[in-house]
Design a protein around this ligand. Structure first.
Ligand code: ACO
Length: 379
C-alpha cells in the first residue's frame, strides 16, 4: 500500500497558509510592519494602547477613539474574586501554567464566552488584554504572601503592569521601556503561538480557547521561553571576559545560544535594536552596567555566526531589561503573553472572517497489514 509521492515541508518552513492585513515581515531585510506602519516608528512614537488599537482595527485611532479604547482597557483590568481563588489554589505552579489555567477559567465567568461574533470577540480581546496583566501580578503577590495590589484606574497599560509588581508608580523611563517592549511583542505573523491560536479558532472554538492555546504554545523555550533562558545564561557567564569561552563550550556541545536565531529573520531582528538601546540606558541608570557588557560580549562571541543568519532576536535583550526592572525571572514568558494578546485576538478574528479548518496531512511511514495477535500469544 503506497501513498502518492508527497513533498514534506517539515516545520512548515516557508509555507504560506493564508493571507493577513495585520503584520508584514521581510525576514531577509529585517522589516516588520503592523498594518503598514514600521515597527521603528511605532516603538519610537506610539504607545502600547495605540498600537493595540491599530492591530485590532487596522488603523490608528483619532483622539476620541483612543480615549474610549483606554477607558475600555482600564475598566477591564479587575478580575473576578473566583479567579483569584483559583490562582491561590495553584500558586506554587510556574506563572505560565497559572496564566494558562486562569485564562481558561476566565471564560467560565465571561458572559460572552461562547459568542463568536466579531463584536463580542473584539470586546473579549480588549478584556483579556487588560485581565492578563492583572492575573500575572496577582499570582506574583499571592505566591509571595503579599497583599494584592488593585490595578490602577489612571496609569497606562505598561505603567500599571509595573505598578502591580510592588505598588510603586514606576519612573517614566521604566514605564516607557516596558511600553516599548509590549509594542514590539504585540504581533508577529504566523509564529508558533499565533498559528496554534488560529488552528484552535479554525475549529470554531471561542477566543478564550484560542488564547489559552496561544499561551500554552508560547511557554516553550524555542518561543517565549528564550528571555528567561538568556537571563540564566547571562548569570552563568558572570563577567564579559568569560563570554567567549562560555559560548564556545556551548556550541562545541551542540547547544544553542538563547536569544539568537529566528525562523524568519536571517538578518537582524528589527525589534531587538529598540530593546538594546533600552537595556544599555537602564543598566547604566541602575548602576549595573555589567549586564549590558556581558550581552555585548556574547554578541561579539557570536559574530562568526552572523554569516549563517544567526543574529540576536528580540528576547536577547528583553530578559536583562526585566531583571533590571526588578521582575522575577519566571515572569519573563508571561510578560511576552501580556504584550501578545492583541496580536492573538486579531489573528483569531482574521481566521473567523475567512475560515477554513486548518488540517494538514502527515505522510505515514509505519508498517502495513500487521496481523492482530491475541495478547496472551504476544512475546
Ligand atoms: N545558537 C546556535 N546555533 C543555532 C541557533 C542558536 N541560537 N539557532 C539556530 N542555530 C543553528 C542550528 O543549530 C542549525 O545548525 P545546523 O544547520 O548546523 O544544524 C541552524 O542554525 C538552523 O537551525 P534551525 O533550528 O533549523 O532553525 P530554526 O529556524 O528552526 O530555529 C529557533 C529558530 C528555534 C528560534 C532557533 O534559532 C533557536 O533555537 N534559538 C534559540 C532560542 C531562542 O532564542 N528563541 C526565541 C526565538 S524569537 C521569539 O520567539 C520571539
Amino acid at each position: 500500500m503506497t501513498q502518492d509521492s508527497v513533498k514534506i515541508h517539515r516545520g512548515l518552513v516557508g509555507v504560506y497558509f493564508d493571507r493577513t492585513k495585520t503584520t508584514f515581515i521581510n525576514g531577509k531585510e529585517g522589516v516588520l510592519e503592523y498594518c503598514g506602519y514600521s515597527i521603528h516608528d511605532l516603538a519610537e512614537n506610539s504607545t502600547f494602547e495605540e498600537t493595540a488599537y491599530l492591530l485590532l482595527n487596522g488603523k490608528l485611532p483619532n483622539q476620541s477613539e483612543l480615549s474610549q479604547f483606554n477607558t475600555d482597557l482600564i475598566n477591564s483590568r479587575p478580575v473576578s474574586s473566583k479567579i483569584i481563588d483559583i490562582i491561590r489554589s495553584i500558586k506554587d505552579a510556574h506563572p505560565m501554567d497559572v496564566l494558562r489555567t486562569s485564562v481558561s477559567a476566565l471564560s467560565t465567568f465571561d458572559e460572552e464566552a461562547g459568542d463568536k461574533s466579531y463584536e463580542a470577540t473584539m470586546r473579549k480581546g480588549i478584556r483579556l488584554t487588560s485581565q492578563v496583566p492583572t492575573i500575572v501580578m496577582a499570582h506574583n503577590a499571592i505566591r509571595n504572601n503579599k497583599e494584592l495590589i488593585e490595578p490602577s484606574k489612571s496609569l497606562s497599560h505598561a505603567a500599571n503592569f509595573l505598578y502591580m509588581l510592588n505598588g510603586e508608580t514606576p519612573s517614566e523611563s521604566a514605564s516607557n521601556l516596558m511600553d516599548k517592549d509590549f509594542i514590539v511583542h504585540a504581533d508577529h505573523g504566523s509564529n508558533a503561538s499565533a498559528f496554534a491560536a488560529r488552528v484552535c479558532a479554525s475549529t470554531q472554538a471561542d477566543l478564550h480557547s484560542a488564547i489559552t492555546t496561544g499561551i500554552a504554545v508560547l511557554s516553550g523555550p524555542s518561543h517565549g521561553g528564550a528571555a528567561e533562558n538568556v537571563m540564566k545564561m547571562v548569570k552563568e557567564v558572570g563577567s564579559p571576559d568569560k563570554a567567549k569561552d562560555y559560548v564556545t563550550n556551548l556550541l562545541k556541545s551542540k547547544q544553542r545560544i538563547m536569544g539568537f536565531g529566528h525562523r524568519v529573520y536571517k538578518s537582524q531582528d528589527p525589534r531587538a535594536g529598540h530593546l538594546r538601546e533600552g537595556v544599555e540606558k537602564l543598566s547604566h541608570e541602575k548602576g549595573e552596567p555589567e549586564w549590558y557588557e556581558i550581552l555585548v560580549a556574547v554578541m561579539d562571541a557570536m559574530k562568526p555566526y552572523q554569516r549563517r543568519g544567526i543574529n540576536v532576536n528580540v528576547d536577547f535583550f528583553a530578559g536583562v531589561i526585566y531583571h533590571l526592572l526588578g521582575i522575577p525571572t519566571d515572569l519573563f514568558v508571561p510578560i511576552f503573553a501580556v504584550g501578545r494578546i492583541p496580536g492573538w485576538t486579531i489573528q483569531v478574528l482574521e481566521q473567523y472572517e475567512h475560515n477554513i479548518l486548518l488540517r494538514p496531512l502527515l505522510e505515514y511511514t509505519g508498517e502495513h497489514q500487521q496481523k492482530y495477535i491475541p495478547i496472551e500469544e504476544r512475546k
